[in-house]
Design a protein. Structure first.
Length: 650
């Protein structure tokens, strides 16, 4: 009733305007015959309210209640304060606002330290987030139990942006200017986002991180807009039954995709391999390391001083002596581009060699397992096959008409073990094929730096294998040597007696008239090593001797540098094929290994060769291994890495 009484008082005050009113006859709808006179005030509402305030002293409060009076504000403020005291929060947390304090100095620059975050909290948060960003360099994903979890690239952008903003805040810069500056840097990688939006969001993330020492959970991409087939109970049961019937090594996304498209009932489903991989994760079949030898030790000498020195010399030989006479490959189909050589200069074709093993129990190391599921694997790798092969970037596998591939069932009770003599014999067969495929070209055979490839022939003139006397139980039979007589004539010197016994140091020196009575074995050995046929510099490996006899060239890649030999990627392609199709029974392994090797396409091998060349060129430019990886991934061409990019990396 108080509100109506107030309205009556206002109307009574308005009757003082009667002299400005004019009588009007109004006919009521209910009683058409009755006529009454009403006073109608012909004045605008603004003049009416102003007259009320000046003549009657009416309050300036609005005529109609709007819900934002001072009394209501005080009541709501008291309710919020009481709620904050019950929950243990401050008014800042309840209201979600920040009230900056008045700066003590008269400086116009206002520091972020004047807000509710102290300088100590900011520095602590800065140290934590810098350590998080350092972890990004080692691995992209972080376990869920850590302080933060990078599930998407968007989370990575948030971490880096918050780090930069907190760094500005620790220097005393204003939050608004700093957040906009950081937003302008990172908003370019986000689609359909403005600088203002990113700056506002960034300040909230930074406040949350300084307070809670972790970023708020992002809801981006977590709004489910569609229903997945895997949520259907019948389909889910069929998939689970099929997965549990498969070997752990066969539970792959590609196999699940094939099952959904062919065997699912009542209707098949066509999905991509990435969708099948997400379904496996959703069904809690996670990738697990099943290797039993996790404690093995691996020593890497990639940056050892002697290895780096040899790598420098190898890259220089490759760039100056070999590469100008190579063919290179480019385009979608990796078409060959022949080198432009002067007349009389022969083309060089690189031929790479390597060995690989395929073992019966060498199943996939990483398999998809359910929770608490274990895989029982044999302790040994089982019987195995050793494959030795030569490949070139022009034709891939060296085959004319049959491949120059050697498959050895290695083992003491089987075909024995692979030796340097086996490599030399395979090299001679491969060179005959090379002459058919590449007439009028020079073969450059490239091997890895293993001890087997540096083995010296058993009949080489190695004086250290001789006894002082003739013969010996473990003394090998050496090839014929030579020496020069007093007339500088070359004399062929047999190393065996007429009875076929190997001559000793004493007899060899006596026949050359170099023996001194009572000479010790050490002195005799030192004297024989000074002879031209027994000199250590003339002692070559069996591969060097074989290549020299064939009229070809030879070189060895640096140790611990498999990236220089593109045949390693050839093995990787074949082994992946074997793991997908082979059940790793011995008979199945014998059948699948040759098929997998023959299935490697030539285009893939040429791309692998081009990638190896980029590695060599990057190391020749003086980059570190980390910088080399960045450069090789960024530039896909056969041509050398641009100098501007090298300067940027350095």
């Amino acid at each position: 009733m108080g509100r109506w009484n107030k309205r009556k008082r206002q109307l009574a005050a308005a009757r003082g305007l009667k002299d400005r009113a004019t009588p009007v006859e109004i006919v009521e709808e209910d009683d058409m015959d009755s006529k009454q006179e009403y006073d109608v005030v012909d004045v605008d509402i603004d003049g009416f309210l102003e007259l009320l305030r000046t003549r009657t002293g009416v309050s300036k409060r609005p005529v109609f209640y709007s819900g934002d009076s001072e009394r209501t504000k005080r009541r709501k403020r008291a309710e919020r304060k009481a709620a904050a005291e019950l929950t243990g929060q401050s008014l800042f947390d309840v209201w979600k606002i920040q009230i900056p304090k008045r700066p003590a100095s008269s400086s116009k620059a206002r520091s972020y330290n004047s807000t509710r975050h102290s300088q100590a909290d900011i520095l602590t948060a800065l140290e934590l987030i810098v350590s998080m960003c350092d972890a990004l360099k080692s691995k992209r994903r972080v376990s869920k139990g850590a302080a933060f979890s990078l599930e998407t690239p968007y989370d990575t952008i948030r971490v880096l942006a918050v780090r930069d903003l907190i760094r500005f805040l620790s220097d005393g810069l204003r939050r608004g200017v700093s957040s906009r500056k950081v937003a302008e840097t990172y908003v370019c990688v986000l689609k359909n986002r403005s600088v203002e939006w990113f700056a506002r969001s960034l300040t909230g993330w930074a406040d949350y991180f300084i307070t809670h020492k972790q970023l708020p959970v992002s809801r981006q991409g977590k709004c489910k807009k569609t229903v997945s087939f895997v949520d259907d109970e019948d389909i889910q049961l069929q998939i689970l039954a099929w997965l549990r019937s498969q070997k752990p090594s066969q539970r792959t996304a590609l196999a699940l995709k094939s099952f959904l498209g062919t065997e699912l009932e009542p209707d098949t489903i066509s999905v991509s391999e990435s969708t099948a991989r997400r379904w496996l994760n959703k069904l809690c079949f996670t990738v697990t390391d099943t290797d039993r030898k996790k404690g093995s030790i691996y020593v890497d000498g990639h940056e050892r001083e002697d290895v780096v020195a040899y790598r420098t010399r190898f890259c220089e030989r490759w760039a100056t002596k070999y590469s100008p006479r190579f063919a290179y490959f480019e385009g979608e189909n990796m078409d060959a581009i022949e080198p432009d050589l002067p007349k009389g200069v022969q083309k060089i074709v690189p031929v790479f060699h390597d060995e690989a093993t395929f073992r019966a129990n060498e199943d996939q190391r990483f398999c998809r397992l359910e929770e608490n599921e274990q895989v029982l694997k044999p302790k040994s790798a089982g019987r195995g096959l050793m494959v030795s092969e030569f490949v070139c970037p022009c034709h891939g596998r060296m085959e004319y008409p049959n491949p120059c591939r050697v498959v050895l069932h290695y083992g003491k009770n089987y075909d024995g073990y692979w030796t340097g003599e086996h490599v030399a014999a395979q090299l001679r067969d491969t060179h005959r094929t090379f002459q058919q495929l590449h007439p009028d070209c020079i073969a450059l055979y490239i091997f890895d730096n293993s001890a087997n490839h540096h083995k010296i022939a058993s009949d080489a003139l190695n004086a250290r294998k001789l006894n002082l006397k003739d013969g010996g139980k473990n003394t090998p039979l050496l090839r014929d040597g030579f020496f020069f007589n007093d007339s500088d004539e070359k004399i062929i010197h047999p190393m065996q007696t007429e009875a076929g016994i190997q001559k000793g140091l004493r007899r060899i020196l006596q026949e050359r008239k170099l023996w001194v009575p009572r000479m010790s074995k050490a002195a005799a050995l030192e004297l024989l090593l000074q002879q031209p046929d027994f000199h250590p510099d003339n002692l070559k490996s069996i591969l060097n001797e074989t290549v020299k006899d064939l009229g070809a060239w030879i070189d060895f890649v640096p140790k611990f540098h498999p990236e220089f030999n593109f045949i390693e990627m050839y093995w990787g392609y074949a082994k992946r094929k074997v793991r997908q199709e082979c059940d790793y029974e011995w008979e199945s392994l014998l059948n699948h290994v040759p098929l997998a090797l023959d299935s490697v396409p030539l285009v893939f091998m040429r791309r692998a060769y081009t990638k190896s060349v980029r590695y060599i060129d990057a190391y020749r430019s003086g980059l570190t291994p980390e910088q080399v990886e960045v450069a090789v991934k960024k530039f896909k061409s056969h041509r050398r890495i641009p100098q501007e990019y090298l300067n940027h990396l350095q």
